[in-house]
Design a protein around this ligand. Structure first.
Ligand SMILES: Cc1cc2nc3c(=O)[nH]c(=O)nc-3n(C[C@H](O)[C@H](O)[C@H](O)COP(=O)(O)O)c2cc1C
Length: 192
């Protein structure tokens, strides 16, 4: 039997009445159902200051708790799912801030970008800037993702979709691809 993969879901919203957490909860439960290990990295729960030093620039004995916690999750993850809305056609600032703290933790691990909106456009305009950023971080973004318009109408607070069959189908399209890449990269690295 194949070893379980660790998959970090990195969420970008710190807004008080945020709704993207519904999408995060849906993805989290789907990964469990598929037999792998999900982690949620949430910048509201683990607040990070505006970046003044990257993780590697800290003296290890002075490492703030949240910065260290997130590093450990990223390090043990084999793949990343970025969950982002559009704020004025760009990714939320907390997401960019968080991603930039780390570097080698992403290296040679695949990523996918899942976007959402409350309106009609599913946040897809953040694909391009996030793809450029993830590429530079060493985490190649795969071609597929899940793009959810009208999030509030389609998922409840716990992340239960209104149309479970349809949501699962959309999830599996990118998820299978992400797992394929994560396993391929992992086995290649093992045999180097
Ligand atoms: C600062 C700001 C800018 C926004 N800009 C866009 C936008 O460019 N395109 C869009 O479709 N929705 C935009 N929205 C609406 C978001 O899709 C909606 O607020 C969504 O709930 C944000 O995700 P969150 O609740 O997880 O923070 C914007 C919302 C905020 C707060």
């Amino acid at each position: 039997m194949k070893k379980k993969l660790g998959i970090a879901i990195i969420y970008g919203s710190t807004r008080k009445k945020r709704v993207g957490i519904r999408f995060v909860n849906f993805l989290y439960k789907q990964i469990i159902k598929q037999g792998h290990i999900p982690y949620i990295i949430d910048p509201l729960e683990k607040k990070l200051p505006l970046l003044d030093k990257r993780f590697d620039d800290f003296a290890m004995k002075n490492l703030p708790k949240n910065i260290s916690y997130i590093q450990k999750i990223l390090k043990k993850s084999d793949a990343f799912i970025i969950v982002s809305a559009e704020y004025n056609h760009m990714p939320p600032p907390a997401l960019i801030n968080l991603l930039n703290y780390y570097y080698k933790e992403y290296d040679r691990k695949p990523s996918t970008i899942c976007t959402y909106s409350v309106g009609d456009f599913a946040g897809v305009r953040v694909q391009s800037p996030l793809r450029a950023l993830l590429t530079q971080l060493g985490s190649p973004p795969i071609k597929s993702g899940m793009f959810q318009p009208k999030l509030i109408d389609n998922f409840d607070e716990k992340g239960v979709p209104k149309n479970p069959e349809d949501a699962k189908k959309k999830f599996l399209i990118f998820y299978k691809e992400l797992v394929w890449y994560a396993n391929a990269f992992k086995s290649y690295k093992k045999n180097l």
